[in-house]
Design a protein around this ligand. Structure first.
Ligand code: DHB
Ligand code: MG
Length: 224
């Protein structure tokens, strides 16, 4: 956490860059005020997501699991041209996210869709395949861990070649390596790692992280 504090303060100095630290702090404080769980990505992870979107020159980004919109603010801030579609199962969380996105000045480029990913993603697939919605360059999956692979599988039908799919929280304090686990969230993490490894449409890696959000990690995959 000290390293996150030190490095973030130098690499994202106060008010000098977008998104502003003020908007990010407001988003976290407003989320806490409304009782949302404190499980958003860290500041450094958020910045990493924004930089990924910039590297990809992403125009259409999909997020599954909005929560209070903290990572959404980072993703939408990657470029003034970016359009983010973000899916949130909890209506109350989605309303808080809308407030936070407005404070950050990105609400006009973010579409928050309320509903379970398992219901919403097939509808998005239909829209992309009928040409009424653009294909995605970057997908961030940070929702119910049991459906990780199902979400990647849907995303594959909506992505451009060379797109990046990132899945949050696959390392779970190292429990990803526990082959005898009965925890459904760990099973969901193991499933997505194993399926991505088997899938010829994807090439991926697990990148372990440590810091203010403890010991965890991302699965990062490229759509070939
Ligand atoms: C949990 C979920 C998350 O997406 C996260 O980043 C951290 C924790 C959880 O469900 O506990
Ligand atoms: Mg997460």
């Amino acid at each position: 956490t000290a390293v996150d504090n030190y490095s973030f303060s130098h690499l994202h100095p106060q008010s000098s860059t977008s998104p502003t630290n003020d908007a990010l702090d407001v988003a976290l404080a407003n989320s806490q005020k409304h009782g949302l769980p404190n499980i958003a990505v860290s500041r450094s992870q958020g910045k990493f997501l924004m930089l990924q979107a910039q590297l990809l020159r992403a125009q259409h980004v999909l997020e599954v699991g909005t929560l209070g919109g903290y990572s959404s603010i980072w993703l939408a801030s990657a470029s003034p041209n970016i359009r983010l579609t973000t899916v949130e199962v909890n209506e109350r969380h989605a309303a808080v996210a809308q407030e936070n996105l407005a404070v950050a000045g990105v609400a006009d480029r973010v579409e928050v869709i309320v509903g379970p990913g398992a219901d919403v993603l097939p509808k998005l697939v239909d829209e992309v395949q009928s040409g009424t919605r653009g294909k995605f360059d970057l997908v961030f999956i940070d929702a119910d861990k049991e459906n990780n692979w199902a979400y990647v599988d849907h995303a594959l039908r909506m992505c451009v070649q060379g797109a990046c799919i990132i899945v949050d929280n696959v390392v779970r304090k190292g429990t990803l390596a526990h082959s005898d686990t009965t925890d459904s969230r760990i099973l969901g993490a193991r499933k997505v790692v194993e399926e991505v490894g088997k899938d010829e449409r994807l090439d991926g890696v697990v990148l372990q992280t440590v810091g203010e959000k403890n010991y965890d990690g991302f699965l990062i995959a490229i759509v070939k």
